[in-house]
Design a protein around this ligand. Structure first.
Ligand code: 3HC
Ligand code: NAI
Length: 690
């Protein structure tokens, strides 16, 4: 008996109950007493069968992720499962909530699995840069067949009980009380008299054609985005077919340990905790009650308004969209219909699901129709005058307590709130395009935003499947502000002698899905041109490209050339000549520019700006910035976000090079932020700043 493990005896069945809140992670505090309990039950002649069940909201959700990177403590999880496999009396896992990773692996060490109907099981290790390390890749294929196991392990996605039962991953869905049902099941198995076979004794499902399996591997790992873990996980599942049980198990452990000690896994584990940490917001406690949100309004049915309406409707919320006139409204609603139709065509949703989602969206041109909505999200033109007009109108009609949100990308939220008599109800909800797809949501906290409004925004984000990060008010908030710093040197690099393909190549090598020039071509050069014009700014090369009608992919030419119907960028001699001519005109001497210089002049200013964002408390912590960049801007997951990467790479080295470039150019983006200098001096990390 211990604080986390208790044994009760029910007429010959030992029920071992695990209680390690919040998710029964299999840390040492659970493994050690569980090991002892299993040994005791094995030795006790009065015990004829064993049920392992969990208290709280879930069965074991996996190994304790916080333990990775610390010295291992025995018994290990494989030790525990080996012990389970040495028990001949029937062992039953009683699964509720989520049996994930090591939790499912432990359940696979039992003879039988009984589950609650709403339970989910999975091996999500790849999401942490790992592979299952306690037999998951060896036992699951023997239970459900290698191809089904491959799908579950490589995707990392949990499955529900319908599928689990059909695959044979669970033996029974419980009726009524789960533990009582599992006990009754154990008794029935004892009465049947066996044989009770452990998964290691079952090999019949492994008789598959390796060639066909390899084809399935190619398909399953197609979207691995340069990550190693999914490939290694597939290799481990293949070993389950081609090697003996014990050899495959041993190799799995080696592959797991390699992954566990990799930078990639450290980065992904950092992101796991960072994402959860980001929801802990200064000033918001467990007692801060979120306002209920059952209905929403969106102002503006353009690119963002339409996407936001879909994001809300997809989360089950009724949405009214308001536009300036019937024509604009019809256009916006038509666009939504078209996007949903595309999803049906691709098979990602059914026609019935499309109909249900569309039924939640309605349109209006009358502010009075919005009065009862719990929240309104404004997504009109990025212009303070227009925003004021809209918020003034909303202030007049919305019911007391309604949340008034703006999707502004850059504007001062406090100034927007000043158009109302209720600044406490005003918050920024900065979605990313396309808003129904992109997971990031920057929640902008104004000077007077009420804590319960922030709590409501966080709850809403969770409900509609977004990853929220609360940020403060400044030009561009966290993401766009750092993007601007990263962009600053793009043109100078070209003038200095780099080519667009060389710069984009350095970004690709770092792991970005796309480099900055391919990105502008995709977004359209005209959009940033207009933005520059509105701010009175110029960019010699991009402006000249726009003047030549080269608006990017849509014009089949921009920084690159695109052959008809192709999205593949091709270097264009016209652009090379234009860059050379501009450099001559501006008196910039051209020279060879290396990959290191490109990194130093693009990535380092971005990290520097991130440090300023922390100094100004626009972000509560460095890891919030990582969450923003990985979820909103394609920063490579394997590198854990800009601030995490900076720390692992060496802040001192970055500061040295920032100093150098500051000396060379005198540009503010290179002037090292005081906290970076401080960390370079002390050798500490961002967490030490708190
Ligand atoms: N280890 C340590 N802490 C964990 C954990 C784990 N495996 N899983 C969750 N937690 C912590 C979270 O950090 C969070 O802590 P906080 O409250 O201090 O922020 C708390 O538990 C609650 O988690 P969530 O906020 O995520 O709660 P949800 O209810 O939304 O989700 C969950 C629950 C589905 C279990 C989700 O937490 C999850 O997916 N966890 C990770 C599961 C996982 O990846 N398991 C595999 C681990 S690796 C492994 O098992 C290796 C093995 O093969 C050897
Ligand atoms: P858009 O031009 O596609 O859509 C704006 C819509 O608002 C138009 O349909 C217009 O008719 C409507 N509108 C304008 N004034 C209105 C008013 N007074 N009342 C009702 N409707 C009105 O613009 P987009 O791109 O959707 O941007 C909207 C907002 O979202 C801006 O603040 C922008 O900065 C922000 N944003 C844009 C992103 C993007 O990638 N496009 C990303 C994140 C935020």
């Amino acid at each position: 008996m211990s604080e986390t493990v208790t044994i009760t005896h029910e007429d010959g069945i030992a029920v071992i109950l695990l209680d390690n809140p919040p998710v029964n992670a299999l840390g040492h505090a659970l493994r050690a007493p569980l090991f002892a309990a299993l040994e005791a039950a094995r030795a006790d002649d009065a015990v004829q069968g064993i049920v392992i069940a969990c208290a709280g909201r879930t069965f074991i959700a996996g190994a304790d992720i916080a333990e990775f990177g610390k010295p291992p403590q025995e018994p290990s999880l494989p030790d525990l499962i080996a012990l389970l496999e040495s028990i001949a009396k029937p062992t039953v896992a009683a699964i509720h909530g989520t049996a994930l990773g090591g939790g499912l692996e432990l359940a696979l060490g039992c003879h039988y699995r009984v589950a609650d109907k709403a339970a989910m099981i999975g091996l999500p290790e790849v999401n942490l840069g790992l592979i299952p390390g306690a037999g998951g890749t060896v036992r699951l294929p023997r239970l459900v067949g290698p191809e089904a196991a491959l799908g579950i392990i490589v995707s990392g996605k949990p499955i529900g009980m319908d599928k689990a039962l059909a695959l044979g991953a669970v033996d029974r869905l419980a009726e009524g009380d789960l533990t009582a049902d599992a006990v009754a099941f154990a008794r029935a198995k004892i009465a049947e008299g066996g044989p009770h076979r452990h998964i290691r004794e079952r090999a019949e499902k492994l008789a598959v054609d390796l060639e066909a399996f390899d084809t399935a591997v190619k398909e399953a790992t197609k979207k691995s985005r340069g990550l190693t873990a999914p490939l290694k996980a597939a290799e481990a599942v293949r070993n389950a077919i081609s090697m003996t049980f014990d050899a495959a198990l041993e190799r799995e452990r080696e592959l797991f340990l390699e992954r566990r000690d990799s930078e990639e896994s450290a980065a992904q584990r950092h992101l796991f905790f960072a994402t959860r940490e980001a929801t802990k917001v200064p000033g918001i406690t467990r007692d801060t009650k979120a306002r209920p949100i059952d209905s929403a309004a969106v102002i503006g049915a353009g690119t963002m308004g339409g996407g936001i309406a879909m994001a809300l409707a997809n989360g089950g919320i009724a949405v009214k969209i308001l536009e300036m006139n019937e024509e604009a409204l019809a256009r916006g609603l038509g666009q939504i219909d078209k996007i949903y139709a595309g999803s049906v065509k691709r098979g990602s949703i059914s026609q019935a699901e499309k109909d249900a989602r569309l039924a939640r969206i309605s349109g209006t041109t009358d502010y009075a129709a919005l009065a009862d909505c719990d929240i309104v999200v404004e997504a009109v033109f990025e212009d303070m005058g227009v925003k004021h007009q809209v918020f003034g109108a909303l202030d007049k009609v919305m019911k007391p307590g309604a949340i008034l949100a703006s999707n502004t990308s850059y504007l001062d939220l406090n100034e927007i709130a000043a158009a109302t008599e209720r600044p406490q109800d005003v918050v920024g909800l900065h979605f990313f395009s396309p808003a129904h797809v992109m997971r990031l949501l920057e929640i902008v906290r104004g000077d007077r935003t009420a804590p319960d409004v922030l709590a409501s925004a966080l709850a809403l984000a969770r409900r509609i499947g977004k990853v929220p990060v609360v940020v403060g008010v400044c030009n561009g908030f966290v993401g766009n502000r750092m993007l601007a710093a990263r962009r600053e040197e793009n043109e100078s690099l070209l003038l200095s002698g780099a080519t667009p393909e060389q710069v984009d190549g350095v970004f690709a090598d770092f792991g970005w899905p796309m480099g900055p020039f391919a990105m502008v071509d995709l977004a359209g050069l005209d959009i940033s041109w207009k933005h520059r014009q509105s701010l009175g700014l110029t960019a010699p090369i991009a402006d000249a490209l726009c003047e030549a009608g080269r608006f990017g992919q849509k014009a089949e030419r921009g920084f690159y050339l695109y052959e008809e119907g192709s999205r593949a960028p091709k270097p264009d001699p016209f652009v090379a000549e234009l860059i050379a001519a501009k450099a001559a005109e501006l008196g910039v001497a051209r020279r060879a520019v290396g990959a290191e210089e490109i990194t130093e002049r693009t990535l380092y200013p971005m990290i520097n700006e991130g440090a300023r964002i922390i100094e100004e408390r626009i972000a509560a912590r460095a890891s919030d910035i990582d969450v923003v960049w990985v979820n909103g801007y394609g920063f490579p997951v394997a590198k854990g976000g800009p601030m995490f990467w900076a720390e692992r790479y060496g802040i001192g080295k970055i500061v040295d090079r920032l100093e150098y470039w500051y000396g060379e150019t005198g540009k503010e983006v290179f002037k090292p932020a005081p906290i970076l200098r401080q960390l370079a001096f002390t050798g500490g990390g961002f967490a030490d700043l708190a």
